[in-house]
Design a protein around this ligand. Sequence first.
Ligand SMILES: [Fe+2]
Length: 449
Amino acid sequence: MVAPFQLNWPDFVARYWRKQPVHFRKLFPTEFLAKHDAFRILSAASKSANKPGEQVALRFFVDKSYREFDARGFLPSNDASIEDYTRRVTEALNGRGFAVVLNKAHTWDIGLWRQARGFVKGLYSEIGVPESTDAVIWYSRTEVTGFGVHEDPIDNLLVMLDGRKRFRMWAPEVLQRHPHLVGHAGYESILGEAQTFDLEPGDVLYIPQGYYHVSEAGSEPALQLSILMAVHKHYWIESIQRDATKLIDSRLSKVEKSQTIPSFQPDKARRSPEMPENLNTMLEAFESIGTDLRLAVSRKWLARLSGLGLEAAPKQEPRELKDTDTVWVDPSEPVLFQVQEGQLLGAIYGHSFAVQAHPKLVELFRDLNSGQKYKVRELIKKHSGEATVRKKQYALDAAFIRSMLGRLYSMRAIQVEEAAARPARSSTKLPVKRATKPSAKKRVRSEAR
Ligand SMILES: [Fe+2]
């Protein structure tokens, strides 16, 4: 459930978006994100960050400096509560202020992911979907923002979750007149020109990009969630360039490295205008790149549609589905899919996948998206079979359908209900993946990202 709130987004866009800050008091009468949930997310991210080789967008600040190397011992790990954690760190730092900041917090928790998407949905209906949306958990016990008076190149919808904070804000012109104050915590001389906002839990503050700000929190801890929205003008062109480079690299890796172009021989070259065979072989490697690039970009587009520009939601543990399990898709959250170049491209919650577009598989997705409930064995019976896709015969078998459903479950696309346990004869035993007949018929393959 997304916490209810009343906000007139068209009015917000007309009056404030990219123009001036605004403070909505008690926009969320019920919790946007509970304190213990925020702490659970911070702890899970910290545990991952402590594992070698893991890349987690988690930072720890002490006073004004970013203590990159010492951060690990100061992250929440086995602390029983956020209060215990705060006590431990405050003691370890001899009372100095600190802040823990987790970017992409929505990728750690499906509840927060849905909440963040639900919050910005109405706004994005007005302004379009920004190229990135980042939900950042910010927990701090620090008197003044470590960065001092600063501006960010992004728009921020800041939700106060716990504690209180006073924000001082200045229009860009003010700091243009006092450039020496940028990055400093001493701003008394321009206090008279500041707009002041006192935030309490449930309040939302909009900080437009480029607007200068600083926060004052007193000595009490404060917990906030910032939804950061960024527009990269060249997002798609850069993304297509990256995909094209990846495809070119993979094509070239298949070209035999030992192949070299024969050295240029003037006499022969004059006689024959043809390119050397090796050069042609290399060029052939690029021939299907247009199709593959189109598929890659379509997948990305579908993923963005399903996630409203948010990075993919966390997956859940896959499960093996029994014949008697009932599965269905929530019709308000259908799997987006389309058939292109013999592939079925699908997306849900920011995840995308590609499978061969077996006509029965396309039917299966239509059936699921109807919202109707099906037993797994019904779906297997109805959709198993052979078909020709782009002149090749493919077999869609029980094992594939079951594993496809399992993958959809892990992406949270389908709900599963187990049949009530019956005393005798359990059907939990799954048919072991049988070796398919050694024939020209291929099994449907898939790839996910
Ligand atoms: Fe900021």
